[in-house]
Design a protein around this ligand. Structure first.
Ligand SMILES: [Zn+2]
Ligand SMILES: [Zn+2]
Length: 134
């Protein structure tokens, strides 16, 4: 199965093969500002799958608390951040799951950084909640 994640203006996209290895809801403060929302939903797929990227994207790299880097790729026209590379997850590409515009997309099963979770959010009981990032 092939899925395409697109930015808002549809200038940029990335196409992925297969299902995500895992999907997380990240409540860290960087995901909150990156998305402008209260948490980010990241779907991680195996392989950089760079050949399926249609840009132009701009990269923004920042250091992380664990001494690695996190690089976000965003559309140069509309600013949507569509995909990312986490230095702690080499060989994987993370996709902003909402960019698939598919309500049937696989659900997260984990929430990270729940110490920064907004008070009014309640995640499903069967999810695993983590302080920080496991
Ligand atoms: Zn765009
Ligand atoms: Zn995060």
């Amino acid at each position: 199965m092939e899925r395409t994640a697109s930015c808002t203006c549809e200038q940029c996209n990335i196409t992925l093969e297969g299902d995500p290895a895992f999907v997380v809801a990240c409540n860290c403060q960087v995901c909150q500002t990156r998305t402008g929302s209260v948490f980010g939903v990241g779907a991680y797929f195996k392989g950089p799958q760079e050949e399926s990227v249609k840009g132009p994207f701009k990269a923004f790299e920042r250091p992380t608390d664990n001494g690695k880097t996190f690089t976000t790729y965003f559309c140069t026209n509309c600013g949507t951040s569509v995909y990312f590379h986490a230095g702690s997850l080499p060989g994987m590409v993370g996709i902003a799951a909402d960019c698939f515009s598919d309500p049937s997309f696989p659900s997260p099963s984990n929430a990270l950084w729940v110490e920064h979770k907004y008070d009014w959010i309640e995640f499903p009981e069967h999810w695993t909640l983590h302080q920080g990032q496991p």
